[in-house]
Design a protein around this ligand. Structure first.
Ligand code: PCA
Length: 323
């Protein structure tokens, strides 16, 4: 009798362990734990864990701790990590569609950014699919605004000023303003300023706060010129290898994360501008001359983007404008 019970117990244990086979996914992301994108992704991982009873366990490796930002996409493509997050416009050299959200003043409000994402999502999805990657969700940063060491009312004041860039578009904008750009990852911003490599930047109030911009700049000029997105994607083979219910859980959590992320981003805009002010920064609107100068640069950059993106780019812009 005792013998039979023991056998049954062992058989049950074997059955239970095979039905609870666990998949562990490492997820490299570029930004720090305090950043709302990272918090949204942590919530996504929690939802997947709960919905799969722990059979799919995603560990988020934030702040470039597993792979540097510039290596995350290829790491996921090659299967070194099954899933990851990057700034979408980082891939603009591969395909202009990835840079559509970084053209100054093309889509500068959340409504316009959502319409632009509706119009461009399919093209982004297909460009990733061609590399064996499946797009899961994308979330915008709040509007991109200027962080400076003095009050600037005329674009001519920016000439010769060193500038922190984070993608091709910010570098191009700086060139058109006569500034001196250097690419610096978000996590390296405080060091780049404190060592004198850069003296100004354009980024969201979120990144201004997470990098404590008040320690090395004094003026925040609220231009909110565009809303660049982070996107989360998965190696398509890793997604296919999941059970159907796990796959459904990932896709459902991704949809929820996209909606939640856009709401978090919207809410951040005002609270983080207030935080900059509370920390001592002068918060101001752009002068007419500065707005005009930046709009002109936006027009030039839009024309350059259209020349790059050709007919498929024009089709996306038509769909965007029709919304
Ligand atoms: N923060 C990121 C990208 C855009 C943003 O608002 C950065 O500054 O690197």
């Amino acid at each position: 009798m005792t013998f039979r019970v023991t056998l049954t117990g062992a058989a049950l244990a074997v059955a239970a362990s095979s039905s609870l086979a666990q998949t562990a996914w490492d997820m490299p992301t570029p930004y720090g734990d305090a950043v709302f994108h990272t918090q949204n992704i942590m919530a996504f991982a929690d939802e997947v864990r709960t919905a799969t009873d722990g059979t799919l366990d995603i560990t988020v490796h934030s702040a470039g701790s597993l792979f540097a930002h510039g290596q995350i996409k290829d790491s996921v493509r090659r299967g070194l990590a099954p899933i990851g997050e990057i700034l979408m416009s980082q891939l603009v050299n591969e395909n202009p569609v990835f840079g559509i959200d970084s053209i100054p003043f093309l889509a500068a409000s959340y409504e316009e950014a959502a319409a632009l994402w509706d119009a461009s999502r399919m093209a982004v999805t297909e460009a990733l699919e061609a590399q064996g990657l499946t797009l899961l969700f994308a979330v915008p940063w709040p509007g991109q605004s200027l962080f400076l060491r003095e009050e600037v009312t005329d674009p001519a004041q920016l000439q010769g000023v060193t500038f922190r860039a984070y993608n091709n578009a910010t570098e191009r904008m700086a060139q058109l303003l006569g500034m001196i750009p250097t690419q610096v990852e978000a996590g390296d911003i405080p060091t780049a300023f404190s060592t004198g490599r850069v003296a100004s930047m354009i980024t969201s109030p979120s990144t201004g706060v997470s990098s404590q911009a008040w320690d090395y700049t004094s003026h925040y000029i609220d231009v909110q010129a565009w809303l660049p997105k982070n996107m989360v994607f998965v190696n398509s083979s890793a997604l296919t290898a999941l059970s159907e219910s796990e796959r459904d859980a990932v896709l459902a959590a991704a949809e929820a994360a996209e909606a939640r992320g856009w709401e978090m981003s919207r809410a951040e805009t005002d609270t983080q501008i207030e935080a900059l002010e509370a920390a001592g920064m002068t918060v101001m609107l752009p002068s007419d001359a500065l707005s005009a100068g930046l709009s002109e640069i936006g027009e030039i950059m839009a024309a350059e983007w259209m020349a790059e993106a050709g007919d498929s780019g024009a089709a996306i812009l038509d769909a965007f404008r029709a919304e």
